[in-house]
Design a protein around this ligand. Sequence first.
Ligand code: ADP
Length: 433
Amino acid sequence: MSKSEQSTMRLQDFFTPRFIITVLFVLLALFWSLSLINVLAAGVIFTVTSFLLLKSKSSTIPGHPDEFVEDQKQFARPGRQRGGIKSVRAKTLHAVPLPILIVSEDHRISFANHAAEELLGEDVVGNDVSFYLRQAQLVEAIRKIFIDSKKFAGVIRFTNSQKRSFDVTISRVSGTGSNDVPTQAMAFFYEVTSMLQTEQMRVDFVANASHELRTPLSSIIGFIETLQGPAKDDLPAQERFLGIMQTETERMVRLIDDLLSLSKIEMSRHEPPESEVNLATMITSIAATAAVVGKERDITFDTNIAADAKRVIADPDQLTQVLINLSVNAAKYADPGTTVFICASKSKGHDKINISIRDEGPGILKEHLARLTERFYRIDDARSRKMGGTGLGLAIVKHILLRHDSLLNVESQVGKGTTFSFMLKASKNFNSE
Ligand code: ADP
């Protein structure tokens, strides 16, 4: 700070409104006691002057040295914020939810806001910045900001050991000297972790969907070539190949239908369903449909809907899809000759209905449970494909349930079977007919 600025500050500190009002009061009292002024005039002068002084003080633009220069000791924890950044409002920077570092010319961190301490550690201040930002590009950018004339050193991606990623902007904080020498560098961290994850998911999804479509397409192309060439006059082979081509085409249609379903469900994600659905009728009809799928392997369906669990609040089409996907999966994966149980009962709290689909199949190993609802995740790829699965059935169930403010619960015991269950809001009008 220059000498002239310092002396201005001292004068401003001295002539505070309280000081001026006190002096005025003493002077008016003196004039009155010497009969130089009457009491009414003294009162009016005192009131008007005090009012104007206080008003001008309260309307001071934030930034007046009195308001602006926050004593760092007040905001920083003792002994940590060495070097000080009195010209920077520490309190404001601490309130910013994104990490901010101020680095001095000797490359030591002179200030870290709370978010930066949370990210890099509580003892960052006073230490060399390269200990904490172990990324050559970033450290180099900070070094350059002190020697280049540029105000910004661009944006650099920083990823820490916990796989959190940030776009870091390095900028110069000019010194207060008259020649405007850069004295500090500011690193501002903007978190991009979730954006990168979403981006990665999109890339993976496109790659997986393309792969899923490519496999049946390649097989169809292969059969077309065979039919045009070696099997040109072979009628039995032609029939067999056309059958396979039909199966592959149907698989592609199912896959595209499932993909369209998923995007439709995601579009309605934030519109909670409001319809009242008769669960009893729906479960009975779906059990009959799934029984047709399980018939070949002698799988039977048993339903048990409690009298007070017959009506729920749901989107009827989406609830049908959830029940079909889970029941058909049970029919596909359960052991031959077993029974699948579909039950609905009222929850203990009385406002939810618990719906479960239990099979007596091979069960699912614990390590697969958390990933079951991922798109295209299959435990046994070959078996799923043989059964005509798209690998999207449980992902669709999960997204529909999210729209219904519900989660899919999976309990499984290897060798005994699996139970998929979820809760839905009970209809206020449910009855026991
Ligand atoms: P798919 O089209 O392959 O059936 P899903 O998303 O419906 O796709 O299921 C994902 C995987 O979860 C299946 O490939 C299968 O391995 C496993 N799975 C689903 N339901 C059951 C079940 N009832 N019993 C055992 N495994 C199951």
